[in-house]
Ligand binder design. Structure first.
Ligand SMILES: *[C@@H]1O[C@H](CO)[C@@H](O)[C@H](O)[C@H]1NC(C)=O
Ligand SMILES: *[C@@H]1O[C@H](CO)[C@@H](O)[C@H](O)[C@H]1NC(C)=O
Ligand SMILES: *[C@@H]1O[C@H](CO)[C@@H](O)[C@H](O)[C@H]1NC(C)=O
Ligand SMILES: *[C@@H]1O[C@H](CO)[C@@H](O)[C@H](O)[C@H]1NC(C)=O
Ligand SMILES: *[C@@H]1O[C@H](CO)[C@@H](O)[C@H](O)[C@H]1NC(C)=O
Length: 423
C-alpha cells in the first residue's frame, strides 16, 4: 500500500516538474499565456465576453510578445500542436482584426439590429472575413502562428504558406450587395446537406432568396424540388471540392456548383489548401499538386475568376469557434482536429454578410428520422458523427439562434415516417 502511494507521489512529482520545465521552455515565446482553464462556459449563449474588446483598434490584435518590438522581421520559432495536450489559451486568443463596415445597412429587420443581449455581446459585425496579400505581414504571421489550423498557422513554415498568401488578391467588392430594386435588405438562404431536406419541397422557397449559399456535396440536379437549383456562394475546402466527386458521384454530383457569376469561398483548413491556392493563382493549366491531379481551376467548371474568389481569414474562423462553437472536446487530447463544420462556417459567413438568414438542411433535434445526406433518398442512412466536429453543439446552436430570432432554421413539424420499415 505504502509503496503504491509513494509511486503515485513520485509520478505526480515527475509530472509537475516536467510541466514546469515545459512552461519555462515556452515562456520566451510569449510572456503571457495561460492554458485554457475550463472556466469559459461552453456555448455561445453563455460566453463571458469582455465587452471592452468591442471598440479596440486593430493594433491591439498584436500579441504582447511582439508589440513591444517596433519592427519584427523574422518568423517566430515554430510551435507544435503535439506540445499541447489541450487547446492552448493565449490572452490574445479572443482579439480579432476588424475591417471598415462593408456598407451602411438600410435594412430595418437586419440581424445586425438584433436586440438580443447575448448575441450583441458575441457578434462582431465587422470582423475581418478575408485573408489577402495586403493584410498579412510579419507581426500578423507571428500572432497567427500561435493558433492551430484553420484558426492560425501553428506548425506551418512561413515560406510554405506565404508562397500562396502573397498571391491572394484583395477582394474588389464585398461578398454580397443588396439587389437593385429590392427592399434594401440582403436575404440569404444557407443550404446544408442534411437528410431533413429530402421530401421537403422547399426548393422554390430557397431559390426565392437574394442569395443562396451551399457547401460540400451540394448536388442540386435531380433534387431541385427539395433543395432549389441556384447557388450564389459556394463554400469549400480543397478536400471537400475534390472528395465530393467520390462521395457524392453516385448521387449525381459531377462538379461544384458553377452558376454564372458565382462566388467561391475557400476555408484554408490545412497546408493542402495553401498548395491548392498557389496552383490556382499561378494559373498554369498544367499545375497539379500533391493532393489533386489537375489545375485547381478546372474543378470550378469554367467559373473560376480571381475577382470572385475569397479566402476566409483565420481570425474569422477562430472567432466563430471561440464565441459560438467552443466545444468541450477542445480540452481533450485530440483538441487540434476539433473545429466547426464547413456548414457552420458557411452559416456564420452568411450571418456576417446578409441581413436575414434562413438555414435549410442543418441538423435538428429530430435528425435521427432522416438520412445523413438529403441525396440519400432511397435508403435510410444513419447520421455519422466524426470526432473532429461537435455536431450536438452545432445542432443546439442552430436551434438557439432560431429561438433568438437571429436565423430562421428549417425544422419539420409533421411526423415523418420515412422508409424505416421494421426488419
Ligand atoms: C515539441 O514538439 C516537437 C515536435 O514534435 C518536439 O521535437 C519537441 O521536443 C517538443 N517540445 C517539448 C517541449 O515537448
Ligand atoms: C500588419 O498588419 C496588421 C493587420 O492588417 C496591421 O494592423 C499592422 O499595422 C501591420 N503592421 C505593420 C508593421 O505593417
Ligand atoms: C425521401 O422522401 C420521400 C418523399 O417524401 C420519401 O418517400 C422517402 O421515404 C424519403 N427517404 C428517406 C430515406 O427518408
Ligand atoms: C432553376 O429553375 C428555374 C425554374 O424552373 C429556371 O427558370 C432556372 O433557369 C433554373 N436555374 C438554374 C441555375 O438552373
Ligand atoms: C507550367 O507547369 C509546367 C509543368 O509543371 C511547366 O513545365 C511549365 O514551365 C509551367 N509554365 C509556366 C508558365 O509556369
Amino acid at each position: 500500500m505504502a509503496s503504491k502511494t509513494s509511486r503515485i507521489f513520485l509520478f505526480l512529482l515527475v509530472m509537475t516538474v516536467s510541466f514546469v520545465v515545459l512552461i519555462l521552455s515556452q515562456e520566451y515565446l510569449s510572456k503571457s499565456w495561460t492554458i485554457f482553464s475550463g472556466k469559459h462556459e461552453l456555448g455561445w449563449e453563455t460566453f463571458p465576453l469582455n465587452i471592452n474588446l468591442w471598440g479596440q483598434e486593430e493594433k491591439t490584435a498584436v500579441p504582447p510578445s511582439v508589440s513591444t518590438t517596433a519592427v519584427v522581421e523574422t518568423p517566430m520559432p515554430l510551435l507544435y500542436r503535439g506540445n499541447f495536450t489541450k487547446l492552448p489559451q493565449w490572452d490574445f486568443d479572443d482579439v480579432y482584426n476588424q475591417d471598415a463596415p462593408p456598407r451602411p445597412t438600410t435594412c430595418a429587420q437586419s440581424l445586425r439590429n438584433s436586440q438580443d443581449e447575448n448575441f450583441k455581446k458575441a457578434f462582431l459585425p465587422n470582423i475581418r472575413l478575408f485573408l489577402h496579400k495586403d493584410n498579412i505581414n510579419m507581426s500578423e504571421w507571428n500572432r497567427l502562428s500561435h493558433f492551430n489550423n484553420p484558426f492560425g498557422f501553428m506548425q506551418f513554415k512561413y515560406d510554405d504558406v506565404m508562397a500562396s498568401v502573397k498571391l491572394i488578391p484583395k477582394p474588389k467588392e464585398p461578398l454580397l450587395l443588396p439587389k437593385p430594386g429590392g427592399d434594401g435588405c440582403v436575404h440569404c438562404a444557407v443550404v446544408g446537406t442534411a437528410g431533413i431536406l429530402n421530401g421537403s419541397k422547399v426548393g422554390a422557397e430557397i431559390d426565392a432568396h437574394d442569395y443562396v449559399f451551399r457547401m460540400n456535396g451540394a448536388v442540386t440536379k435531380g433534387y431541385e424540388e427539395d433543395v432549389g437549383n441556384r447557388t450564389s456562394v459556394y463554400v469549400h475546402t480543397q478536400h471537400s471540392i475534390t472528395a465530393s466527386r467520390y462521395i457524392f458521384g453516385k448521387y449525381g454530383y459531377k462538379s461544384a456548383p458553377h452558376d454564372e457569376g458565382i462566388k467561391y469561398v475557400l476555408i484554408p483548413e490545412a497546408m493542402r489548401d495553401f498548395q491548392w491556392l498557389e496552383g490556382l493563382f499561378k494559373g498554369n493549366e498544367s499545375f497539379s499538386g500533391p493532393h489533386h491531379k489537375k489545375w485547381p481551376g478546372a474543378y470550378y467548371s469554367g467559373q473560376y475568376n480571381e475577382n470572385r474568389f475569397y479566402v476566409l481569414h483565420q481570425d474569422f474562423l477562430r472567432y466563430v469557434r471561440n464565441r459560438f462553437l467552443k466545444s468541450p472536446n477542445l480540452n481533450k487530447r485530440f483538441w487540434a482536429i476539433v473545429r466547426p463544420t464547413n456548414g457552420a462556417f458557411a452559416l456564420f459567413l452568411a450571418l456576417h454578410t446578409c441581413d436575414t438568414v434562413d438555414a435549410y438542411g442543418f441538423m435538428t433535434d429530430d435528425y435521427m428520422k432522416y438520412s445523413n445526406y438529403y441525396v440519400q433518398k432511397y435508403i435510410k442512412t444513419r447520421v455519422i458523427f466524426y470526432a473532429n466536429h461537435d455536431y450536438k453543439l452545432e445542432k443546439n446552436t442552430w436551434k438557439d439562434l432560431h429561438n433568438r430570432k437571429i436565423i430562421k432554421l428549417y425544422q419539420r413539424m409533421e411526423p415523418e415516417s420515412g422508409t424505416e420499415k421494421p426488419k
